[in-house]
Design a protein around this ligand. Structure first.
Ligand SMILES: Nc1ncnc2c1ncn2[C@@H]1O[C@H](COP(=O)(O)OP(=O)(O)OP(=O)(O)O)[C@@H](O)[C@H]1O
Ligand SMILES: [Mg+2]
Length: 576
């Protein structure tokens, strides 16, 4: 387990080493007082005279030992925490880096709840391993071992008697871990399930409130919470009896030593002072062993969590090349593209190509695969087979950064970070000047609503951009794409949320933005793409025709149907 975490400790390993050294000094300081105690008690029991200075020196030494113990313990913890929290940071950064390179589909499959749990709760558990279990665990194992060895040195019979409760306690602990392990996977599954459902429930609160007040989603919420309670209680139920046994037996090493030791003293086979010393020492063993075993009990949980973490990290990343963009031009070609999100294929051999500097539209019924095709061009997912190339270069051959520099994508689902709108636009080009950002906002027709907002462009977008309307969010995303100024632009339903007046403005803005660019646009309202250089008609995951509007109206019945529906929808609107 430590081996799994150690790559992330990096340069902070020395702090773990220092923590262990400090704890070891603490252990010596913790045990030494018994020796000085013995030096005082032994002559007193034998009725010998003791100098006050003799006692004073030992009492002061004991006090110094206690101070050394406390200081080294605290300093050891400080070192171990430096190492632990830096490792947590490294783990999170590394996980984020790997998640970023994962196909989006894998991330959605895992669920936000589970990812959040791994990023926050599970990784936090590693703190227990590095900050406590390693240094403290070592100390708490070493103290009892040294004391028991010393007991054997003083009197092997008493040493042996002290081992009996230890063995019983450890057996009970072992049984508890065995029983707990059998239930643990189910328990963690249930915890992860609860997390996912709660996150989903909260995210979907709006839908729940409107449609499903007492229905399904609340029932599902209740079910997972109850099932988590049941699993937890189930787990504890099998662990409790064993827990009770080891917690009561372990601290009582004197259980057999007291009666049998007394008989030995009366029989004259052991000196009273030795027995008193062994008694005193035995009290230090129990609490340390309990602490050490408590840590041991946490290891299987931790092991499970780190395994979960690694499983997430080990998912094959996107096939990403290292090359710069080396395409000879900006012609885009989808060649025999097959793709499915999970098992079922949604694109069945799509062939679409469009030339640099032209505008191409994708049209087709809902669910025909238009957005999927757009997402594949920005390499959100790997293809099952086929090839997508820009200027002759396969997009999997270039780095994501190189591809991102060529293509700007305004997707159907807009997401804004909970920072200012200014910063949300700035993501398009992080080194842009303020003037450039403001200009982009203006060109995306954002000014009209920015002026209404109390802090203008500095207004916070809210969680996921919820402070803004759908249309406003889209315009901010468009400003982001404008600022990015990539030569290829992919617009997925970019005007879906707009009212007619805004749509007109937006289309004017789009016309300007797409000038001299290579554009792929997806629109349901066919009037907006009527003048495109080429229109590709998608149906059930294949491109069935590609031509200009006039030719398609004449030759492609599918397109004609879509066009007629679009025209009658707008006349219906006027009549309505
Ligand atoms: N994340 C996903 N996981 C699984 N299946 C998906 C996912 N996204 C889309 N699909 C499925 O893939 C198919 C194509 O979806 P896509 O979003 O590409 O359609 P579309 O043509 O853009 O539709 P619309 O016009 O409604 O936006 C659909 O059958 C859809 O159910
Ligand atoms: Mg779509």
């Amino acid at each position: 387990m430590f081996k799994r975490v150690s790559p992330y400790i990096g340069e902070y390993k020395k702090y773990t080493v220092w923590a262990t050294i400090m704890m070891s000094i603490g252990i010596v300081a913790n045990i030494a007082p018994y020796f000085f105690l013995y030096q005082i008690i032994s002559p007193l029991i034998r009725g010998e005279h003791l100098d006050a200075s003799f006692i004073l020196v030992r009492v002061v030494t004991i006090a110094v030992c206690e101070i050394v113990f406390s200081v080294s313990y605290v300093q050891g913890l400080a070192f171990s925490h430096i190492s632990a929290y830096n490792t947590l940071k490294n783990l999170r950064v590394s996980l984020q880096g790997k998640l970023e390179k994962q196909p989006l589909g894998n991330i959605t499959e895992l669920g936000t709840g589970r990812i959040k749990k791994v990023f926050t709760d599970d990784i936090d558990q590693v703190e227990l391993l590095l900050a406590h279990a390693i240094p403290e665990g070592i100390a708490n194992v070493a103290i009892p071992v040294i004391i028991i060895v010393l007991m054997f040195v003083f009197d092997w019979r008493l040493g042996l008697l002290s081992l009996v409760p230890l063995v019983v306690g450890m057996f009970a602990m072992g049984m508890m871990m065995k029983a707990g392990m059998e239930k643990m996977n189910a328990y963690y599954e249930s915890a992860a399930n609860m997390n996912n459902t709660i996150v989903e429930y909260i995210n979907g609160m709006e839908v729940v409130k409107v449609f499903n007040k007492d229905g399904d989603s609340y029932k599902r919420f209740g079910d997972v919470v109850r099932s988590y309670r049941d699993f937890t209680l189930d787990w504890y139920k099998v662990c409790w009896p064993w827990m009770a046994i080891y917690s009561s037996v372990l601290p009582c090493l004197v259980l057999l030593m007291l009666p049998l030791g007394s008989v030995m003293v009366l029989g004259g086979t052991i000196a009273l002072d030795r027995m008193v010393l062994v008694f005193c020492m035995s009290f230090a063993v129990g609490p340390s062993v309990l602490k050490a075993l408590n840590f041991a009990g946490k290891f299987p949980q931790l092991d499970y969590k780190i395994a979960e973490l690694e499983k997430m990290m080990e998912h094959p990343p996107l096939k990403e090349g290292m090359s710069e963009f080396k395409g000879s031009n900006l012609d885009v070609e989808f060649k025999d593209v097959h793709f499915g999100y999970e098992e079922t294929e949604v694109l069945h051999g799509v062939d679409v190509s469009f030339k640099q500097g032209t505008t191409t539209a994708l049209v087709g019924e809902s669910g025909s695969g238009k957005s999927t095709l757009a997402k594949l061009l920005v390499h959100y997912y790997d293809l099952d087979s086929g090839k997508i190339s820009i200027g002759g270069q396969d997009i999997t051959d270039m780095s994501l950064e190189a591809l991102n520099n060529q293509v700007a994508f305004v997707s159907q689902e807009q997401f804004l970070f909970n920072t200012s709108l200014y910063e949300n636009i700035l993501i398009g080009k992080p080194d842009a000047t303020k003037e450039e950002v403001l200009k982009a906002a203006e060109r995306a027709q954002c000014n009209e609503f920015l002026e209404r907002l109390p802090d203008g462009i500095e207004t916070q977008a809210g969680d996921g951009g919820k402070q803004l309307s759908g249309g406003e969010r889209q315009r901010i995303s468009l400003a982001r794409a404008i600022l990015k100024d990539a030569p290829i632009i992919v617009l997925d339903e970019a005007t879906a949320f707009m009212d007619p007046e805004n749509e007109e403005k937006m289309n004017a803005a789009l016309d300007e933005i797409v000038k001299d660019k290579t554009v792929l646009v997806i629109a349901h309202r066919l009037s907006t793409i009527k003048n495109a250089d080429k229109i590709c008609v998608m149906k059930d995951g294949v491109c069935i025709a590609a031509d200009t509007h006039d030719k398609l109206v004449a030759d492609c019945p599918e397109y004609k149907k879509l066009w007629d529906a679009s025209v009658s929808a707008s006349t219906w609107k006027v009549r309505a």
